[in-house]
Ligand binder design. Sequence first.
Ligand code: COA
Length: 389
Amino acid sequence: MTEIRVLDESQYRDHHTLFRGTLHHAAAPDEVWEHARNSYEPGRSHAAFDGAEIVGTVQSFGSSLVLPGGAVVPHAAVSRVGVRADHTRRGVLSSMMRAQFDALDEPAATLRASEGVIYGRFGYGVATRGRTVRVDRRRAAVPGEATGRVRLVDRDTAGKLLPELHDSVGMKRPGAIGRWTGWWELNLFGNIKPDDNLVSAVHSGPDGDDGFVVYKVDHGDKERVLKVYDLCAASPAAWADLWRYLIGIDLVDEVEAWLRPLDEPLEWLFTDPRAVKVTEFEDETWLRLIDVPFMLAQRTYADGDPVVVGVTDRLIPVNTGSYLITPDGASRTDQAPDVELSVDLLGALYLGDTTFRQLVTANRATGSNPAAADRLFAVSEVPWCGTYF
Ligand SMILES: CC(C)(COP(=O)(O)OP(=O)(O)OC[C@H]1O[C@@H](n2cnc3c(N)ncnc32)[C@H](O)[C@@H]1OP(=O)(O)O)[C@@H](O)C(=O)NCCC(=O)NCCS
């Protein structure tokens, strides 16, 4: 019989070690733990205990989420989900998920999934996706002249500048999330091996700093690949300059950017569209609407006839019901639903990545006129997060 408890500071390292073990990694060495410990926030780490032993972990970080229309709501970034191999498939994760939902104050949670079959049952749906691109540096050229300047900054300067820039530049697109202090510490300092040459560069335009990129060059046997981990820009001009800078770096064969927005117009940026190869499409954000009425009321809707959406939520039954959606907003209603679906699929639709029509076609939702709902839920920009955790 396992028991789920909230951990205190003295137990965080055991939590971290257990989780790493479930991903087949050894315990973090002291120098990594020094950074990882700061990502633990009070009251946000649960563990499953079998007697005195920890056999499962979940955690969350306090964050925020950008919605269609620009509202920013509090959001829990759920991570470090793991169950020890000798305790899996006995309901440990299910118990931890329930305990976590009960404890969270935020109206929504997101996570990154190790496997596609785990989280739908807990009400999470794929809400953003990304594509990995490889750019052949010798074929890529950006027409025109740079309008701003790119400068390299050292790690300490990056630690101060990049979080400010992400807050001002990176929190625009629906699906973007606020980065917590521990995220920066782990990603700029903690997860970096001593011989990793992680480089940060900042772009300044006419009004000052307005974008940044973080990358590293991998020396393969045959080719040198510059890997872009993070690229944020306030304007098309800053974005073009950052790419112009990347493809201008010497002793690099290809530039690879992982999990970029599906609508990033790189093929239109370079004179030769075939300089860009898409090597992978992946799900990025899994979104769980915890407070459905609140979340439906917070995003905006496009023009269209009113539609009633029927939602079922097995784990948080108070969300189950019908919601009237109009161009002016959303509210509970007693009217019969026009389209019906479960809460994980509402999560998948919520930011605009997928459509009612697709879900009805795939027999995941029901309704005779999904196009009417799609008109209301339509968004002008493909949602994307850009923050891996
Ligand atoms: C994924 C993981 C946390 C699941 O924990 P668990 O305690 O075995 O999950 P539960 O027993 O509560 O499973 C609940 C349901 O999900 C199913 N399920 C859970 N994980 C699954 C998986 N990886 N593949 C297929 N089905 C899975 C179970 O079969 C069960 O189905 P049922 O309700 O029909 O019986 C655990 O397998 C694990 O730690 N995996 C390695 C680390 C990892 O991938 N972590 C997730 C990081 S995002």
